[in-house]
Design a protein around this ligand. Structure first.
Ligand SMILES: [Zn+2]
Length: 396
């Protein structure tokens, strides 16, 4: 006999009654069909998946969706009889609840609220965030409960979890690899997820679930990494590991957002030319003292940014007046060119600030953006961004 995970039948009804109630609720909120036989068939279809060789007829004839008559299908919710043990075993064999979960996940927020409200007859802790997974788990649990196989629950849970992982892989692998910039997400590893072996591309990518108690099919809860790191992270990471992985994920999401922000901004060639000429500045034109107060210290008062503040101060001391003169007066810059450039830098800063990137990251990002745009070299670009810190477009 399967171990029962089900609640007290006195409160929730027999398993057969629960199956009927569950399918009826799903039908009311997901629209599984008009006739009861069709409703049950649709339910079975959404919790099972044909293997790839399904086109061969001998496989198809065992597929539980097509196996039984309308009368039997109807009786499951009308009598209610539940799934007969042999039928439950057939469903268990093909069990994959991701289609059902996808359908729940696709509901609009108010429809999700209505469905979770209706499902509270089973569990008072259902919310919008865990709804899709809860529905998938419950479907698997009820089917396992109808089965008489040993370890039916364990088999069901294993199948559900494998199917979710497979779905996450196919749906989000490319996206997650992009977020990880093609490298293993774990800071201590950073192994390339795509490599070349004798001219052939080799992928070594796994998708791990950051927090197994969260929505395990949501890309915000998934991380791309190499096989070894996936094995060491495991399916049941410690709270510390989860916290670490969440920090990594947040940084990736921020980077991704900032890359988007930065991607569309270019710098006029005239400005780029000025920046490229910075390293050739005449020493006599540098180190000119500036008359206004130095703003860096008040803008970056946090002790954690003291290195950055000192670096900016150094650039301001040497280059501020020079950059001010060449950027504003250089004949290569068309009228309004400097203002447009200053506005672009200010806009980029605002967007990164709104993405809640920390100051050193913003500085680095602006510098690498400017360098990508101008090929002026990291130091020249650091000098220019430092100029904008003092000139107020960057940091508050
Ligand atoms: Zn790794």
């Amino acid at each position: 006999m399967a171990t029962s995970l089900l609640a007290d039948p006195a409160v929730f009804g027999t398993v057969a009654e629960q199956v009927a109630t569950f399918i009826k609720i799903l039908n009311e909120h997901l629209g599984l069909g008009k006739a009861n036989a069709k409703v049950v068939r649709s339910f079975v279809k959404m919790v099972t998946k044909l293997p790839y060789d399904a086109d061969f007829e001998d496989t198809r004839k065992n597929y539980p969706v097509d196996r039984w008559s309308d009368d039997y299908m109807r009786s499951i919710i009308e009598k209610p009889t539940g799934f007969r043990p042999d039928y439950a075993d057939e469903i268990l064999y093909y069990l994959d609840t991701t289609e059902l979960e996808k359908k729940v996940r696709a509901l609009v927020p108010t429809a999700k609220d209505r469905l979770s409200q209706a499902l509270r007859v089973f569990d008072t802790n259902i919310g919008r965030a865990n709804l899709a997974e809860w529905v998938g788990d419950k479907a698997a649990e009820l089917i396992a409960e109808c089965s008489e196989r040993d370890f039916a629950h364990e088999i069901a849970m294993e199948k559900v979890s494998l199917a979710r992982q497979a779905l996450a892989r196919t749906e989000y692998e490319n996206f997650l690899m992009g977020e990880a910039q093609g490298l293993c997400s774990f800071t201590s590893c950073k192994k390339p997820l795509l490599a070349n072996s004798s001219g052939k591309p080799v992928t070594d990518v796994e998708i791990v679930i950051i927090d197994p108690h969260g929505d395990t099919a949501s890309p915000t809860n998934l991380l791309a990494c190499c096989h070894d790191c996936a094995v060491s992270y495991g399916p049941e990471p410690s709270p510390d590991d989860i916290a670490q992985a969440k920090i990594i994920k947040e940084a990736q999401q921020r980077n991704h957002k900032i890359s988007d922000i930065v991607a569309k901004r270019d710098v006029e060639e005239a400005i780029a030319k000025v920046i490229r000429q910075l390293p050739d500045a005449d020493q006599a034109d540098l180190n000119i003292e500036i008359t206004e107060p130095l703003r860096v210290r008040t803008k970056l008062p946090d002790p954690r940014t003291v290195m950055l503040a000192n670096k900016i101060l150094g650039y301001v001391a040497v280059y501020f007046c020079y950059i001010d003169t060449v950027l504003k007066s250089n004949e290569l810059v068309r009228p309004g060119g400097f203002d447009a450039f200053a506005r672009t830098v200010a806009d980029l800063f605002d967007a990164m600030d709104q993405a809640q990137a920390p100051e050193p990251e913003i500085f680095t990002r602006l510098v690498s953006w400017l360098n990508d745009q101008t090929h002026g070299g990291i130091e020249a670009c650091e000098a220019v961004i430092s100029y904008f810190v003092q000139n107020c477009q960057v940091f508050r």
